[in-house]
Design a protein around this ligand. Structure first.
Ligand code: ADP
Length: 394
């Protein structure tokens, strides 16, 4: 008995031409001009091979292939996807997509390969299957059934893909945390020795040596900060950060942080103003962590604001929320970055200033852990306001 090939293509020309070639080679040919018909024919006729066009109306070849490869009655049938990539003006790689959707082969209509030679091995190996799933009761599907089955299939696929990505992401985070951890001690040791050399404890140094040591120390400090931030963030992400529940004097935090950076702000000739009510405002949370948020925001404002500019720290409260604003007259944040820069490693002005791209994600995570919110208001060229609120202490 002749082997049967189901040829699926919306082009009459292709069906005519390829159908002819297949018949000449001794195959029986079943024809379908769209994906819906192809699915039903595959179930009814259980062909020995399906030659499936990619681009078709209603359901495309990839969808047909996914559905047939997912069904126990049809999954063993070899499917060879085919298309003329150039002519169809595709920007994706149909060969790759075909295999990803479960096809057994891919035939480029415009690649000059002989169709019969290409499909023969698939037909031979299918014929050799001991118990091919063939000639079972037909399952006729309406167009709606097919669309529902497809959407369920895609949902399931999406769920599996997302789960896998999440697992990979967790593995990657754990890896980064491990590497950061391993880096911590050697960097501390290096820094210790470099400081000793710099302070003359290891003997006198020439000016050139002293300069080299200073550069090395600066680099070691930078790596040290990166490692510290990475560890910090992985701790938060792993849910390992336990917040203390204190009554936190926010006036103190703002005042102390501004003071802490006085040398730096004087050096850059920045004016720093702290605007807060005379009464003390208390937040409910973790003092060290809330300080860290203000430190990250203020140090950014100092870093990204040009000399002579102004920074304002403002504290207020309303409806049980303590609000902190760090405003600067720096370059501002472009609209597209206003949420993005709270993601890890996102930076806008990376060429200009040193940084890790982790300060804002850490600040955001801390604020969110407190049950608060953080956001940016900004006018390009005029400055930015980083604003957050956390609950007020009762
Ligand atoms: P880092 O400062 O280490 O790069 P952050 O996460 O703290 O990392 O900040 C991310 C990016 O956001 C910075 O690289 C910078 O491009 C931008 N940014 C942060 N604060 C400001 C600011 N006040 N003005 C302008 N750009 C800022």
């Amino acid at each position: 008995m002749a082997q049967r090939v189901l040829l699926v293509d919306d082009s009459e020309l292709v069906r005519g031409m390829y159908g002819e070639r297949l018949r000449e080679a001794g195959y029986e040919v079943l024809l379908a001009d769209d994906g819906m018909k192809a699915i039903n024919l595959a179930f009814e006729e259980s062909p020995d091979l399906i030659l499936l066009d990619v681009q078709m109306p209603k359901v495309n070849g990839y969808q047909v292939c996914r559905l047939l490869k997912d069904h126990p009655m049809t999954k063993a049938i070899p499917i060879v996807m085919m298309t003329a990539r150039e002519a169809a003006g595709m920007i994706h790689d149909p060969r790759k997509w075909s295999f990803q959707t479960g096809a057994n082969g891919y035939y480029g209509k415009d690649e000059g390969t002989d169709l019969i030679n290409y499909i023969k091995p698939f037909l031979d190996s299918f014929a050799n299957l001991k118990e091919p799933k063939r000639k079972q009761a037909p399952v006729l599907m309406s167009e709606q059934d097919i669309l529902i089955a497809l959407s369920q299939l895609l949902d399931r696929q999406l769920y599996l893909d997302i789960t896998r990505l999440k697992e990979l992401d967790e593995k990657k985070d754990a890896f980064v945390a491990n590497v950061a951890h391993e880096f911590g001690t050697p960097i501390m040791i290096m820094k210790g020795f470099l400081e000793n050399i710099k302070d003359g404890i290891c003997g006198p140094t020439t000016p050139e040596q002293a300069e080299a040591v200073t550069t090395m120390l600066r680099t070691a400090n930078r790596i040290g900060r990166l490692v510290r931030d990475l560890l910090e963030l992985s701790k938060i992400e792993a849910g390992m950060l336990r917040l203390k529940k204190e009554k936190v004097d926010m006036n103190d935090i703002l005042r102390n942080t501004a003071e802490y950076y006085a040398v730096e702000t004087n050096r850059k000739k920045l004016t720093v103003e702290v605007e807060m009510p005379s009464e003390t405002i208390y937040a409910a949370g973790d003092e060290d962590r809330l300080t860290q948020v203000v430190v990250n925001l203020l140090s950014n404002a100092i870093k990204y604001t040009p000399e002579g500019a102004k920074i304002t720290l403002r504290l207020s409260k309303e409806n049980g929320k303590v609000r902190v604003e760090v405003r600067d007259t720096g370059p501002g944040i472009p609209e597209t970055y206003r949420t993005k820069i709270f993601d890890k490693f996102e930076r806008i002005y990376e060429e200009k200033a040193e940084g890790t791209g982790l300060g804002l994600p850490i600040a955001r995570d801390i604020v969110v852990l407190h049950g608060g919110e953080i956001w940016i208001e900004s006018q390009l060229g005029k400055g930015s306001s980083f604003i957050f609120w956390v609950p007020e202490a009762q």
